[in-house]
Design a protein around this ligand. Structure first.
Ligand SMILES: [Ca+2]
Ligand SMILES: [Ca+2]
Length: 252
């Protein structure tokens, strides 16, 4: 507890906003807007891109009974009763509002689903192995995601040997972590999340429980101003030194 209060107090003294820079930066379970009919308009600031002309439309959907081992709620690591389904050659992306900080880990975590009715063998994998979860940086200076004009950071994807593929009817968590110390030139740029189905012909992919987080989650719990003032008064300079030491541990 002392460590938590200390971290918050120092962040406040330095003018930072703990909730804006730490913990969960993005959380999306696709539960709103809610509806029994497929939803083709993604919640702001998510933006869809690609053709909506395939057999599988890209949409927010409440799957029917039998599509997964349970559908209301969906089995963990999915949650709720809605998820994102992407058809061939379609992606959704969003800016995160998070400027990349120096020497910081950012972890994109997404539950990937394997629909019971759509998992047959196809194109060297199964129909549902063409998903990709990606981080980009908005380096174009336009304040929007502009594809190749911006900077691709990295991804995890279904045909990678390191992916965790769910068995039919279930979901599996997949992650991609970016350590900004590897690319100092991106410090200050805004992170972008992209979820995509890169297969051009006949596939579908399922996403839920999207989070972008930093390891500073301990500082995301707000405390009353009176507690912060008390902590600041008790803390003093030795605690500032403690924060420097803690940050030092994160530098590879
Ligand atoms: Ca959900
Ligand atoms: Ca951009």
């Amino acid at each position: 507890m002392r460590f938590l209060v200390t971290t918050l107090a120092v962040a406040t003294l330095l003018g930072g906003s703990p909730s804006a820079r730490a913990g969960f930066l993005v959380v999306e379970s696709w539960e709103t807007p809610a509806g029994n009919s497929p939803i083709f308009t993604f919640p702001s600031p998510w933006v869809g891109a690609g053709p909506q002309n395939g057999y599988y439309y890209s949409q927010i959907i409440q799957p029917s009974a039998g599509e997964f081992s349970s559908v209301n709620p969906l089995p963990a690591p999915a949650d709720g009763n809605q998820h994102l389904r992407l058809g061939r050659n379609y992606s959704v992306s969003r800016l995160t509002g998070a400027a990349i900080q120096a020497n910081t880990d950012y972890t994109l975590s997404v539950a990937i689903g394997n629909n019971n009715y759509q998992n047959f063998a196809y194109a060297g994998g199964t129909q549902q192995t063409f998903w990709s979860i990606q981080l980009w940086a908005d380096t174009s200076g336009l304040g929007t995601f502009d594809g190749s004009v911006d900077t691709f950071i990295g991804q995890q994807y279904g045909t990678s040997g390191t992916a965790t593929l769910p068995v039919p009817g279930n979901w599996a968590l997949n992650t991609f972590t970016f350590n900004s110390a590897t690319t100092p030139s991106l410090v200050g740029k805004e992170l972008v999340i992209l979820l995509g189905n890169g297969e051009p012909f006949f596939s579908v992919s399922n996403y839920d429980n999207v989070t972008l987080s930093t390891p500073d989650a301990v500082a995301a719990v707000p405390l009353p101003p009176s507690v912060l003032l008390l902590a600041a008064g008790l803390a003093g300079l030795p605690l500032l030194g403690g924060v420097r030491t803690r940050r030092g541990f994160r530098v590879p």
